[in-house]
Ligand binder design. Structure first.
Ligand code: ADP
Length: 408
């Protein structure tokens, strides 16, 4: 048997570094081993990790001030991993990058030219890309021999037709990068790759996938290929989210700046951190807490979330020229029967319906939650973004190695 190599998956955030380790057994189907994070970066850093059965492997509070930036968490998590997997080798590192601009349409092996190109994309995702790129560099310092693969949240959407890719602005601005990029692409690509196996009856059809988490979006797919999505230039567009507003008339931003005298920084903070469910409810961004609350503001915020999700499913069905299935995924989509029921009820006119018992049942595998014979069946498919990154990382490196071989 081929000895297992470890594939490290890195997901850099603003105050946490999430990581996962998979074993590559040579099958192209990586096996999950560990999931962990360093959170509290800049305040009270803490390293936690658990194995694939959920058993805690480490829960260590780190000295205050020892990890003030995401990249400083790389050697902390990395050294713990090497210690825990003594005798095994990290053969590759896969990164989630929120933005790949117009050019990066598939997972890409890191080299100096790629890194330089990505630096130019920082203005497109100033809140996310700098810490991701700092982590890429930190991995080089920590383990310079492991190849790194960059997986982009925008890549899956590059199959949009140009009509779905533009804003109706002077076309020079499109050429300068003002485009509808779309996000959550790693999640959507996983769902697209899973459907032929878990739900072959819908995989070839017109499917709207609803990735409903703190960040939320929809993707319109035809036969697993992305046609359109609700997020555009940034992660602010489309659905009501935990702390982001979704669809917003650009005139509101102009008004905030010119008439209410807010600075660009204040508007940015408002749109990324104080809007969405948090802003509407004045309580929290967290759907589970809002569902449990008796406060009418919580109810209202959820009403807005459901209303917008259902309205945009109609728009995505329009982009597809009809609808054959709806798939729910991510934190809310996978775990909240109530939100699913409310969204599907509002999509009844499209032919979607639920089987209440199937919808209420708890399960962590892909399943239909519609009655038999329903015109637009509804599915829950748990997303596996880390797994997808590990898989793409292994495949990209293998492809790279094959391409590098001289022809015989
Ligand atoms: P992200 O990855 O974008 O940070 P997640 O996909 O983890 O977000 O989703 C987080 C959201 O899922 C939160 O609003 C949380 O309350 C919600 N959620 C998780 N479990 C449940 C549940 N059992 N019922 C309702 N909402 C849930």
């Amino acid at each position: 048997m081929t000895p297992a190599g470890l594939v490290l998956v890195v997901n850099a955030g603003s105050s946490s570094l999430k990581f996962a380790v998979f074993r590559d057994l040579g099958t192209g189907d990586p096996e999950p081993a560990v999931e962990g994070q360093v959170d509290g970066i800049g305040s009270r850093p803490r390293l936690t990790a658990r194995d694939s059965f959920g058993k805690s492997l480490v829960d260590r509070t780190l000295p205050a001030g020892s990890v003030t930036r995401c990249e400083e968490a790389i050697p902390v998590a990395g050294d713990w991993l090497l210690e825990s997997f003594r005798g095994e080798q990290v053969v590759a590192v896969g990164h989630r990058l929120v933005h790949g601009g117009p050019k990066f349409v598939k997972p890409t092996i890191l080299d100096a030219a790629v890194l330089a190109e990505l630096e130019t994309l920082v203005p497109l995702a100033p809140l996310h890309l700098p810490s991701s790129l700092a982590c890429v560099r930190a991995i080089r310092r920590w383990r310079s021999d492991a190849p790194q693969v960059l997986c982009f949240d925008t890549a899956f959407h590059r199959s949009h037709e140009k009509v779905a890719d533009v804003y109706a602005l002077p076309i020079e601005l499109y050429e300068r990068g003002i485009r509808r990029y779309g996000f959550h692409g790693i999640s959507y690509e996983y769902i697209a790759s899973a459907l032929p196996f878990v739900a072959p009856g819908i995989a070839g059809g017109r499917v709207v996938v609803a990735h409903l988490g703190n960040g939320a979006s929809l993707c319109a797919m035809r036969a697993g290929r992305c046609i359109d999505s609700t997020m555009g230039f940034s992660t602010l567009g489309g659905l009501v989210m935990g702390t982001r507003p979704g669809e917003l008339d650009a005139g509101v931003v102009l008004y905030l700046l010119s008439s209410l005298g807010m600075t660009a920084g204040q508007v940015e903070h408002l749109l990324y951190h104080d809007a969405g469910l948090k802003g509407l409810s004045g309580l929290t961004h967290d759907v589970r807490s809002l569902l449990a609350s008796a406060d009418p503001r919580a109810r209202f915020a959820l009403d807005c979330f459901v209303y917008r999700a259902a309205k945009e499913i109609g728009a995505m069905a329009g982009a597809l020229g009809g609808l054959d299935a709806i798939v729910f995924t991510a934190g809310i989509g996978e775990n909240s029967p109530e939100i699913r029921a409310r969204v599907v009820k509002a999509c009844g006119w499209l032919g979607a319906a639920l089987d209440p018992a199937a919808n209420a049942a708890k399960a962590d595998h892909a399943r239909s939650i519609s009655p038999e014979g329903c015109r637009v069946p509804v599915w829950v498919v748990p997303t596996k973004e880390d797994y997808m990154i590990a898989r793409q990382t292994i495949r990209t490196i293998r492809r790279g190695a094959l391409e590098a071989k001289p022809p015989r």
